[in-house]
Ligand binder design. Structure first.
Ligand SMILES: Nc1ncnc2c1ncn2[C@@H]1O[C@H](COP(=O)(O)OP(=O)(O)O)[C@@H](O)[C@H]1O
Ligand SMILES: [Mg+2]
Length: 319
């Protein structure tokens, strides 16, 4: 049930009162999502500091060792990671370290570092989906150009090459011939190669489902004249009612990567079976919001705050 009565909402607002939340935004990016998330948290009575992981510090001068802007050396009750922000390998490792440290210090981290690591790396996501028995297109991830050539020679083409850490449809290549494989420098010498799933008709279509551990929040179909349907690449979002089979797979996918919430991409195989393409642990939903009446930020925040309250309950029982 997504519609809540005003009595329910105010009762929840009262119980979220006093919760101190750090909301990590993406540096150098628009704040459309963050504004909506912060408003939804405040409406429910939480106090929110919008900051970012690059502004946090480890500091041995502090008793708890972690400095989050706006918390005066204290720790928040929970953090909501909208983004870890782009950076070098060292910067990303440091920021994930902050998230790991927050979690091990008792802070509820949504999504936590482990889930983010699992989803950022497309090969690990695919492995975990496969291990959980969730159907995905056949995928082989290998190091080096020569092993990639070997795979392309012995597999039905086309294949799709995906950057391991890619998002928003950037850097995807269709490999119609072995010579289309990118050079090692362009591929970071990692070849994540997936069987191409052809469209059923003239239009390319796939589906994005935003899901929490508790429920499917919202979904859209994406259509395009090109095989890459991401809204950022010109795909058109369309309203979509999630069928039960897709809802169950979306929830199972979130569980497989141990995320609190995420965006799950689906495509349909020529035999009609659903396949999961990826799980995004920091999904954007601007396109999806344009085709649904459900307030996505509000629904995600509702489930976030109830997870934080459950965590607080567990901690006070342990104390
Ligand atoms: N194996 C595939 N076969 C056909 N189309 C694909 C395949 N993989 C991805 N696509 C298309 O490319 C888009 C982006 O792929 P995805 O794996 O979701 O990566 P990204 O993180 O860049 O969104 C998908 O939404 C879909 O339109
Ligand atoms: Mg995607």
């Amino acid at each position: 049930m997504l519609q809540r009565s005003s009595t329910q909402a105010s009762a929840e607002a009262a119980s979220a009162g006093g919760l101190r939340i750090a909301l990590f935004l993406e540096e150098e990016s628009g704040n459309w999502h963050v504004r909506r998330l912060a408003e939804a948290m405040r409406r429910r009575g939480a106090s929110v500091v919008v900051t970012s992981l690059p502004r946090c510090a480890f500091d041995t001068a502090l008793a708890n060792g972690i400095d989050i802007p706006g918390f005066d050396g204290q720790l928040p009750d929970a953090v909501f990671v909208r983004s870890i922000s782009a950076g070098t390998l060292e910067q990303i490792t440091f920021r994930l370290g902050i998230l790991h440290a927050l979690r091990s210090s008792g802070v509820r981290v949504w999504n936590d570092a482990r889930a983010i690591e699992r989803c950022v790396d497309k090969s690990m996501t695919t492995f975990l989906l496969h291990q959980a028995g969730i159907p995905t297109p056949r995928t082989r991830t290998i190091e080096g150009h020569e092993p990639a050539v070997q795979h392309a020679r012995t597999t039905k083409l086309p294949l799709i090459f995906k950057p391991l850490f890619g998002s928003q449809g950037k850097g995807l290549l269709r490999i119609d011939a072995v010579s289309d494989l990118p050079e090692p420098e362009a591929a970071d010498n990692i070849y994540h190669l997936q069987d191409y799933v052809p469209p059923a008709g003239a239009t390319f279509e796939d589906w994005r489902v935003i899901v929490t551990r508790d429920r499917v929040v919202a979904a859209m179909a994406r259509r395009a004249g090109n095989w890459i349907t991401n809204v950022h690449q010109g795909g058109t979002p369309a309203p979509f009612e999630t069928p039960p089979e897709m809802a169950a797979l979306a929830k199972a996918s979130i569980a497989a990567v141990d995320a609190d919430y995420g965006g799950v991409d689906f495509i349909r195989a020529p035999d009609g079976g659903l396949l999961v393409l990826e799980v995004n642990s920091n999904p954007s939903w601007r396109g999806l919001q344009s085709v649904t009446d459900i307030d996505i930020a509000d629904a995600v925040v509702e489930d976030f705050l109830s997870a934080v309250r459950a965590h607080q309950g567990v901690r006070s029982c342990q104390a």
